[in-house]
Design a protein around this ligand. Structure first.
Ligand code: ADP
Ligand code: NA
Length: 325
């Protein structure tokens, strides 16, 4: 299994953690999992070099703090494994221009920058993603709905390559994350919690002061009723708090409804604030420890790249040989 995370994220927010990173941590136990910080993808839009380097380390530090274990998975930085760029070139050369033009993410992303200013790298980004996946002969790629089209492209190009040059690549399947909790803005529960769209008080950044986080939880928007019940349509704010509570503690929502029967929103929020503080405090400390110890992080990166290259180099050598190199 293979998955990537952008190094541009800064602090993870609660939605990233509960919706994605937490699953990665679980999947390392059941899968031979490759997780990479995708710095090659990041430069498809302009990046400040210093910030890019710092964000790459920050993303990795947070993944480790969240529980990724370099002995249970392969955690690496994409640019440390040159095979990604090398295979991407080959895949570029078997992709039709029209085929690449149909990728809807490019249309969305380039529209934001002005179509003329968007880089060719942004245009071919899905093809680099194809190479990322095929290099590891990944069977499963955990993705959100918005990435489905890219998995389809991966299957199409793998099929084309295998047909033209001989069986080389495994066809991957999308692994739609089960029971992924969707987390909403604490101030506007109609909006997904997100770095770009959330209100400052509705966004829980995991690296913020725990006290500030507790305050945000305590001032979360609920409703004028007092009953604690999971009902997304009528009680989106309360339901969001129950989702967060349930996902962080592993307690079922019906149990929580029972626990808080007859109690007000204040009790729920105070308890959830404590739970959140207990979660973010060690997360923050561990992240900081990795950032304060560059040698440890470098050696984790070196080990990860070595493990990744052991697989990627073999696949690339086969592909190159078949192409006629
Ligand atoms: P953002 O929306 O803040 O830009 P990203 O798009 O970078 O976050 O998302 C990174 C990962 O975190 C994705 O796998 C995405 O599904 C997950 N994620 C982001 N926001 C949420 C959320 N509010 N609830 C659940 N999962 C989320
Ligand atoms: Na594993």
């Amino acid at each position: 299994m293979l998955s990537g995370i952008q190094p541009t994220a800064g602090s993870f927010h609660l939605g990233n953690y509960l919706g994605a990173v937490r699953q990665w941590v679980a999947l390392q136990e059941t899968h031979d999992a490759f997780y990479m910080v995708v710095d090659l993808h990041a430069i498809t839009v302009p990046q400040d070099p210093k910030e890019l380097r710092a964000n790459t380390r920050l993303a990795a530090a947070q993944l480790l703090a969240a529980g990724l274990d370099p002995d249970r998975c392969t955690l690496f930085v994409q640019s440390h494994v040159p095979e990604h760029a090398q295979l991407a070139w080959v895949m570029n050369c078997i992709t039709g221009f029209g085929e690449a033009s149909r990728m809807t993410q490019f249309k969305d992303k380039s529209a934001k920058q002005g179509a003329d200013r968007a880089s060719v790298g942004l245009f071919t980004y899905p093809i680099l993603q194809v190479a990322d996946i095929l290099l590891y002969q990944a069977h499963e790629v955990p993705v959100g709905e918005d990435q489905r089209q890219h998995i389809e492209l991966t299957r199409d190009l793998a099929t084309r390559f295998n047909g033209r040059f001989g069986d080389t690549f495994t066809l991957p399947k999308p692994y739609i994350l089960k029971e992924t909790a969707k987390i909403y803005d604490l101030q506007d529960p109609a909006v997904k919690m997100s770095k770009s769209a959330s209100t400052p008080k509705g966004l829980i950044n995991l690296l913020d002061e725990p006290k500030a986080t507790a305050k945000k939880v305590k001032s979360a928007v609920t409703d004028t009723d007092t009953v604690i019940r999971y009902d997304v349509a009528e009680k989106p704010g309360v339901s969001n708090l129950l989702t967060i509570y349930s996902t962080l503690t592993g307690t079922g929502i019906p149990e929580l409804e029972e626990k808080y029967a007859g109690k007000g929103y204040g009790a729920l929020k105070t308890d959830l604030a404590d739970i959140m503080v207990d979660f973010v405090t060690p997360f923050r400390e561990r992240t900081q420890q990795y950032l304060d110890d560059p040698e440890t992080l470098d050696s984790i990166f070196a080990k990860g790249a070595e493990k990744a290259r052991a697989v990627a180099a073999e696949t690339l050598a086969q592909a190159y040989e078949r192409v006629g190199f």
